[in-house]
Design a protein around this ligand. Sequence first.
Ligand code: SUG
Length: 442
Amino acid sequence: MRGRPYTEVNFDGLVGPTHHYGGLSTGNLASTSSTGDVANPRAACLQGIDKMLLVQDLGVQQGLLPPRLRPAIRTLHSLGYRGSPEEILAKCAKANPWLLSKVSSSSFMWSANAATVSPSSDTRDGRLHLTPANLVSKFHRSIEADETFTLLQSIFSDASLFQIHAPLPPQRLFSDEGAANHTRLFHDDEVLHLFAYGQDPLDAQERKPSKFIARQTRQAFEAIAMRHGLNGNIFYLKQCAQGIDGGSFHTDVLAVGSGSTFLVHEHAFEGGRQQLQDIQERAPWFRVAYVHHKDLPLEEAIQSYLFNSQLLHTPEGQILVAPKRCEAFQSVLSVVDGWVQSGVIQKALYVDVHQSMKNGGGPACLRLRVPMSVKEMGALSGKVLLTTELATRLKSWCVKYYRDRLERKDLEDPQLWRTNLECLEALYALLELQFKSTYSST
Ligand code: SUG
């Protein structure tokens, strides 16, 4: 990695106790097709912890971000619901059960959408900069933005090393989904930042998806690159409208990169290979493993979630941590085999994150990559870096508080709410982080 002492810390979002299938994300095919299914929050959280342990075992530093309190009574309060939390839940369940599902989503677990990250090696003031995503495209996700801001401020609290920016203005022009659309590649001392966007609202000529909305705008990333004082080669890539209509609601559904390697499906970006070739002219070391639709049809790329794998730089070489579902697709296995044969990756490992996958969240969605120096890691507040001991404690905590069955109708249960409050208080104490237990909006 550029400036060798940098380590990539993968901060996974811990699955929350209200993980359920709300069908809340149009354009995310897994989310809509799982609508109303019975979820198992306990299994979801344990699957996430096991994935973290696997990554840590591969020699990659693992961190975590704790869940936020759900149902988000404070959001209901801001929408005019009044009374005790129990009364508010009952009123909302009666008046608008769909809203209750939205304010109960555990969507913060997909931490690839938590923020955009610029490591201190790449910024003009030599500090690590993070901008929490405003997530304005989906209401249930937009409520994460100010919570993520507060959480990141409490973890990255040393202002001499870190700057946590406020989320961008919550407007369509600055619609931002965070690191899921940003890839940082490097080779020796050179760095490339690939910012992918689905929409440029100021471009009247642009080709738009016809079925689903594009979530990320170019203007959002331009603002982030500016406020972070980002150095290096910056490229803005246009997501392919056909890919978005096929279910690629974030770039990381059809592309993943690490080091100098970029694995890309033909329908990830407009114009197929052209935008990537332009980059290669500026950075000949930029290595693209390009997968044609004829070898892996778009539908199978999306269903398998192959490109939502983690591509990890390990002492053994590049290892692909792919969703277990990939094993069911012959086309995917052939592509992976080709990557191994040609030395693009050392090997692939398949992980079971089925509970998250059913909501459109594969291994890569569950993590936020933060390249950090040893000094920066030492300056983090709270116990957010994973150890085997912490993982064991997290598992016991999860088994104690999480249900193994949750449906949308359970969200109105006041006992669920009370247990969640206790559950999060216990977790934040375990992680030595301050828990903001205020749940009214005023
Ligand atoms: O924003 N799903 C998330 C999945 C996010 C995946 N992240 C990345 N690709 N980086 C979303 O669409 C579904 C919730 C529900 O339907 O209950 C949801 O929010």
